[in-house]
Design a protein around this ligand. Sequence first.
Ligand SMILES: Nc1ncnc2c1ncn2[C@@H]1O[C@H](COP(=O)(O)OP(=O)(O)O)[C@@H](O)[C@H]1O
Ligand SMILES: [Mg+2]
Length: 640
Amino acid sequence: MANTNGSKKIKVSKDDSMREVYPNARAIEVAGWCCPRVRAGRRSAEGSRGAISIAMLVWLLRSGLTILRVNQNLLPRIARLLWPYRWPVMGGAACLVVALAMELYPPLVWLRVVDVELPAKNINGMAFWLGTYLLSVVIGQIFTAARTLLLEIAGQRLTLDLRLQLYSKLQNQSAEYLSRQRAGDLISRITSDVEAIQDLLINGTDTVLASALRLVAVAGILIILQPTLGLLVILPMFGVGFLLARYNTRVRPFYRAARRRLGEFTARLSENITGMRLIQSFAREDGEFGVLKGLGQALLAEQIGAVKLRNKRFPFIRFVAALGQFLMLAGGVAFIMMGKFTLGGLLAYRGYGRYFFGPVDDLVGVNDLVQRASAAGARIFEVLDAPISLQNAPDAQPIPPLRGEIAFENVSFGYDEGHPVLRDISLRILPGQRVVILGPSGIGKSTLLTLVARFYDPTFGRVLVDGIDVRQITLQSLRSQIGQVQQDTFLFNASVMENVRFGRPSATKAEVEQACRVANAHAFICDLPKGYDTLVGERGVKLSGGQKQRISIARAVLANPAMLLLDEPTSAVEPDSEAAILEALERLMHGRTTLIVTHRLSLARSADCVVVMAGGRLAEVGSPQELAVIPGGRFAGMMT
Ligand SMILES: Nc1ncnc2c1ncn2[C@@H]1O[C@H](COP(=O)(O)OP(=O)(O)O)[C@@H](O)[C@H]1O
Ligand SMILES: [Mg+2]
């Protein structure tokens, strides 16, 4: 009975009552919704209310943006990082819009079915709308899947590109920069900080866009369905926006600190793992454990601090958000009683409610994301922005194969300003000459060698190779013609074969073996469990000092450089393998210009020139025969 009456009533008074109930009927009509026959509207009152609605929407958007307030300089830069991935991201965003529209469709079906088809008992109509309901779910899911795929692809590409960019930057960095960095900290920037940026790209796009669109779309629909009630329901959200913005300012320092601490923790961790042997041999396990624990606990405190703050603020923020739901029910019922709203409308409101009040939590998640990404971005940009203090001059040229002449012209150098290591050094070394550098520890012998390979530039004066200032030569062509053997050899955790081949990647197996024979290494390599395929362990731990040294000599032999820089190549070597190494060095040095720092006087005796350093200067320079007979001379003193 009631139904027939109701349906009749609506049929009879459709034009008037519908316009009464839905003052913005035109908008709904455009979308083909409830009131197909309503045409003209009463514009004046509607117009002003529409203007208010738009103003409020704009405010809502703006407060949404202030919620995400971060370091102003960083966001545009992070955006620029993400720019190359705009196409898949925009594709994903487009799919998101479609999926979202499908998500927002069902409440309108409720509205239509309850308010129109049900009173009219129109079975076909109901079937039609319910059918579109299912269809919207299917379409929504297809687009959601496409969106996830597109965003994931963009995110993974960003991660790889950014990591390679960081690594390549580090590869081009100067020795001076690298000596100031901690490996673990750099690794945490390349791994977890990059991940935070990727997170922002994927989840940020997804959640920010979805939440913002949902908020705006739902606010729009609520206002269109019943302007006064809509505005009333939206009202508490402004309070929420304000409270979130305030929460953000408070929580930011916690994120910054936690990020920094995580870097410290990782750095310490990686140093300790590398130096575990040392820690164990000095029985420093407890102390080091304590240090790591302290760092970990500080990190914990910062993270808990953020959580505590959130849990202090959020119950209230959620309460304010819940006021909206309260107003929805209370106001909705009141408006229905006043005849200004329908039951179907209230059902639709209820359906939209979860999309409207849910984003509060989403926005908090986004906030976390943005805060983390901006802290991570700062650390990434620190690496990317670091000036490269030593690089190819704009007019630097590659050099042709070297003859091997080296000259220092009035060279002065210090690592730190005010602490000169080398003072006014002049020295000329002819192609093929062997120069032995002697002097007490810490006097600057190694430093002198690093200037030739241009790991540092002199503060004053010039270093010349074949008569060309090394600053005018491309680093790659300079260093590829210089062979270096250091006191402590670095080996990669790879096979012997690969370690030797590092000297010249194109070398054949036979060439590698030949180089190892020259370096007196072939015999012991053949005795290793898997011969040339034996893995040498981290930094070569599975080999003795003398064995490592001979592998590094083989590496230099294979590279076949015109010049050699040998820095105490025999000092980390067992006495019994010293003879074999000296023999190997002799073969390596044959016919090449060599600068060699050593304490082996036998090497000095056979040198073309001996240099004794003292006080950052060259105290004595000459042939060993000349220097040996200087009365009271330093070299003469060493020889006796
Ligand atoms: N990377 C560096 N940064 C700052 N100072 C350094 C660095 N390398 C060496 N030094 C300092 O420069 C001086 C000379 O060092 P070095 O050339 O290694 O001496 P040597 O090889 O004669 O023992 C030392 O006082 C040392 O402390
Ligand atoms: Mg040294």
